[in-house]
Design a protein around this ligand. Structure first.
Ligand SMILES: *Cc1c(COP(=O)(O)O)cnc(C)c1O
Length: 388
């Protein structure tokens, strides 16, 4: 990703910033959408992973739908070229105004997460003289075997409608005049690397499909969510899209005629992005040597938020390796990117890349300590393209 030429160009720019390799993004999209299409599946992009418009427009160009979790995301998706008719709106707490926005845009479907919410959508749709298409987000109580903070599909989570409530919800759906039932939706968590988890999800979906079909509620669409994990240790490893889709091909009941949709975020955009930073100081501590970067948790929050670890590379030193603790400039001890990690001997002014940062990176940047938000830089045919 970082040829000598690219590194020399990046060195000229003011740090920190996100750098996106757009060829890698395109290759990832081509493989993922191809593997999905080969199996007759529909692919959506989970906008929350990265809503940088440059990235969004490229993704829209590959024919993906958009999976949004706020009214603003639905608006941006349509502005960036995702068809409204391929745009979904999910989330446990949709405000009245967001529901109105989505109805006015003509999005394809609300993924509803509670009985109360379906009632509110029905009422607002009635007021606007529209029909709202709704899928039920079901909490399948499937353990995702990922980080606790990003597990969403077990009984303890706030997400989705519990299976025990389904009987009541399906009865209600029939009474609501402005709601059109379309199907069911699941999303059990993120950064899932054990594909057996998805086999368990398929088995649960098969049971639910049978239960609904018996009651005359056969879903037209089954949306299985996203969550495919990537290798943060080995940032150049490509996500296993074929193996992932194959689990669903193999384990979903062959009687199911519904459209099967996926909504991937991390696996599509993480690999192409890196946070680029310069070393401000190298400071000896009592037990470790600190490398102090000009990028911090305000630019990339995942390590501070989830104890996530990203691979760190010194792009400009070729000296023998040493152990360092790499930290940012923010006044918080959790502003740490890596403890006792190996880097070539590092000096003030060296350029550092924090890899696999194209998902849940730039979108979580914030202004704590009155920091500036990071810029974004893209690989382009004629050199770099910079966006402040
Ligand atoms: C976040 C989210 C996704 C995408 O998850 P990834 O782990 O990034 O693939 C998909 N669907 C819903 C409903 C989400 O909230």
């Amino acid at each position: 990703m970082f040829t000598k030429e690219t590194t020399e160009r990046l060195q000229q720019l003011e740090t920190p910033f996100y750098y996106y390799d757009l060829d890698l993004l395109r290759e990832t999209l081509a493989v993922a959408s191809g593997e999905a299409a080969n199996r007759g599946f529909k692919l959506h992009y989970a906008v929350k992973a990265n809503f940088n418009p440059v990235i969004m427009k490229i993704i829209a160009g590959y024919g993906l739908g958009a999976d949004c979790v706020s009214g603003n995301e639905t608006k941006l998706a349509v502005e960036c070229g995702f068809p409204a008719a391929e745009t979904l709106f999910a989330g446990v707490g949709k405000s009245d105004r967001e529901i109105e926005t989505a109805l006015q845009l003509g999005i394809s479907c609300f993924n509803a997460e509670s009985v109360e919410e379906i009632g509110v959508i029905d009422e607002i749709a009635g007021r606007l003289g529209k029909k709202a298409v709704v899928a039920l987000r079901i909490n399948p109580n499937v353990e995702a075997h990922t980080i606790k903070h990003i597990t969403t599909g077990t009984d303890e989570n706030k997400f989705g409608i519990r299976i025990a409530e389904l009987e009541r919800v399906t009865a209600l759906l029939e009474e609501m005049e402005n709601i059109k039932y379309r199907g069911i939706h699941f999303h059990i968590g993120s950064q899932i690397t054990d594909l057996h988890v998805y086999r368990n999800l398929c088995l649960r979906i098969n049971e639910l499909w049978e239960w609904l079909t018996d009651r005359g509620l056969e879903p037209a669409d089954i949306n299985v969510g996203g969550g495919l994990g990537i290798s943060y240790e080995d940032p150049d490893r490509f996500p296993p899209f074929a193996d992932y889709f194959e689990v669903f091909s193999r384990h979903l009941d062959s009687r199911i005629q519904s459209t099967i949709s996926f909504e991937l975020g991390r696996s599509l955009t993480a690999g192409c992005g890196s946070l680029i930073s310069k070393v401000l100081f190298v400071k000896p501590g009592a037990r470790e040597t600190f490398v102090i970067l000009d990028a911090g948790m305000t630019d990339l929050l995942r390590p501070a938020l989830y104890h996530a670890s990203h691979r760190i590379e010194n792009l400009t030193s070729e000296l023998p390796p040493r152990k360092y603790t790499v930290v940012g400039p923010i006044c918080e001890t959790t502003d740490t990117f890596g403890k006792y990690i190996e880097l070539p001997e590092t000096r003030r002014g060296d350029l550092v890349a924090i890899r696999s940062a194209g998902a849940y990176g730039e979108v979580m940047a914030m202004r704590y300590n009155m920091r500036s938000l990071p810029a974004s830089v893209f690989s382009g045919d004629k050199g770099l393209i910079i966006r402040q």
